[in-house]
Design a protein around this ligand. Structure first.
Ligand code: GDP
Length: 199
């Protein structure tokens, strides 16, 4: 599927701009700079389908990409979170957009919560996971940039994260360890995404 059509559909800065819920959606979220754009590009095999947004003001939209011809499912690039300097108003707007999307989207099949291998879970990730638990949206936790740290450190972080996500009711118990740079874990994650979308 990913080797076929993958197209940008639209960017929704507000909920009234969401596309019609006609096909399953798989949403991607994570702290700013976690490697979300790189992972979307690696999964779709496109070089620049998703571009990194580096300014807090520009991260407030949900970006939709369609996969398959005719469209079989959508990938949703959620706004990054955890900007240290984000104004309270921006954070509040983000929460409202995300919470409403999570709660009111019957086609949302799965969420992927991206976590930087070097940093492990931060409080903003825990808050995101609680929002997903509350909305009863099942999610996979994905460690990114695994090539950036030593294998021993990666093992330790993975064990810690795996331990913690077991306490979250909507989280899948198994962890995905990836590097978009090296292609590590990408094929397995791609298969999981397709299975989740077409279940
Ligand atoms: P986003 O803000 O979450 O969309 O993050 P980006 O995809 O733009 O990545 C942020 C930075 O991390 C960029 O400089 C990327 O080149 C780098 N990066 C992303 N994924 C990887 C990876 O798997 N390995 C390494 N070494 N760097 C990565």
């Amino acid at each position: 599927l990913f080797s076929g059509r993958v197209d940008f559909l639209l960017s929704a800065p507000q909920l009234k701009f969401l596309p019609e819920p006609t096909v399953p959606e798989i949403a991607f979220c994570g702290r700013s700079n976690v490697g979300k754009s790189s992972l979307l590009n690696a999964l779709t095999g496109r070089r620049a389908i998703a571009r990194a947004s580096v300014t807090p003001g520009r991260t407030q939209e949900l970006n939709f990409f369609e996969v398959g011809e005719p469209t079989r499912f959508r990938l949703v690039d959620m706004p990054g979170y955890g900007f240290a300097k984000a104004p309270v108003k921006v954070v509040e707007k983000w929460k409202k957009l995300v919470k409403t999307y999570l709660r009111g989207r019957p086609v949302l099949a799965r969420n992927l919560v991206l976590v930087d291998s070097r940093h492990g879970l931060k409080d903003v990730d825990r808050e995101m996971m609680r929002m997903l638990d509350e909305a009863a949206v099942g999610y996979r936790v994905v460690l990114t940039k695994a090539d950036k740290i030593k294998a021993s450190e990666l093992d330790a972080t993975a064990a810690k994260v795996a331990d913690e996500i077991r306490k979250h009711p909507a989280a899948f118990p198994e962890l995905h360890i990836t590097s978009s740079e090296k292609g590590m874990g990408i094929a397995a994650l791609r298969a999981a995404v397709v299975a989740d979308a077409l279940q």
